[in-house]
Ligand binder design. Sequence first.
Ligand SMILES: C[S@@+](CC[C@H](N)C(=O)[O-])C[C@H]1O[C@@H](n2cnc3c(N)ncnc32)[C@H](O)[C@@H]1O
Length: 398
Amino acid sequence: MGKSGKKPRESHRQGRGRRASHFGDEDGDDLPSSAYDAPPCQNEDSSDDNDDTSEATLEDEPERDAEAGEQDQWQGSMPSKFHLYQLSVQSPKGDISYLQKFFLMYVGGRVPLHLQEDFCGTALLSTEWIRTDARRTAIGLDLDLESLEWCLENNLSKIGADGYSRMLLFHGNVLQPKEARFVKQKFSDLVHSLDVNNDNGSGSNSCEQTGLADSKYLANSTMSEAAFPGRDIICAFNYSCCCLHNRKHLVLYFRHVCSALSKRGGIFVMDAYGGTSSERKLRLQRKFPSFTYFWEQDEFDIISRQTRISLHFQAGKKQMLRHAFTYHWRLWSIPEIKDCLEEAGFKSVHVWIREMPNTQSSGNAKEYNANRDVKYEELQRFNQGDAWNAYVIGVANI
Ligand SMILES: C[S@@+](CC[C@H](N)C(=O)[O-])C[C@H]1O[C@@H](n2cnc3c(N)ncnc32)[C@H](O)[C@@H]1O
């Protein structure tokens, strides 16, 4: 999701129950990230004004059976798939603005400083979190070492040495977070510490230390060995909880989250998407000045509620990176998520939802441009439609 630059519309759909909570104009223009609702190009450093992708579609591209063939085409000209992903999918300013508002609304009483980004990928959100306030810290956790290392070299490196002292990345499974290993940047020894002084809560996960952990200690440590402040906010964005396929795992994950949140109160925020368009084959595309982003959805299995999502990128007329990212997802319903959060110990659960543009409204339904006037609202009821996007917020320890 990206920037709207426009004022929110008062009412965007009839026949739905809705409550008063509604972000007003003062909330700014940024919407959060979503692979489903890609933001318009913001900072893409492209000189390609001719948009020579305009005729390109996924179908036009001949199938290639070997990834190697594709790789050849990228050499020397194409940015990394992570860079393309960040440009097309992520909007960290919007994410942060919503996270802060949710925190102030459901916890309040202090400014949230400690973020944990689960399923963080390249941890762009964490990087932006620490970049925009020197008091903040961030922890990122992901199974994919390549994306974590890419973050260190391409995102965190832009912040300077101070960044390395306030953001730590861990390689591991969210289902076994304590075993996740600290990821040390290859090119420097800049990691000194995570400031553990800011959580004054009485909870067991609060770090009582007053000093800073030292880099040698962190270098080989697991998450359980490193001492952290209780987190104010933990998030799992871009539908990452769909990577967990069974209920036991979802509840286990939520329990880990609950216990890592500050004993002074904290929130967990995840996103979900749905609608009739999410349960069938679907292809969406969005053009950026120098490349086109494709979201491709396989058939939806109603027994397992699973599907496969592939993200592709195309630059120029011929350069195509197919299956840059592939996810096998279970689409959790909102009541399932709510039940699991409550079972895991969250005190209250809130749902903020936004209708998405109808995927069949345009002629060939290929070009997908979200209506950025439509903001998220906290709702108790929402009638099924073609496409929606939601934030589910679990509030803990208050
Ligand atoms: C859809 S991507 C989301 C990346 C990022 N959060 C974002 O907002 O764009 C899902 C990420 O979850 C990671 N992942 C999947 N299963 C995981 C698990 N069990 N534990 C930790 N990370 C996992 C993948 O490696 C991938 O980076």
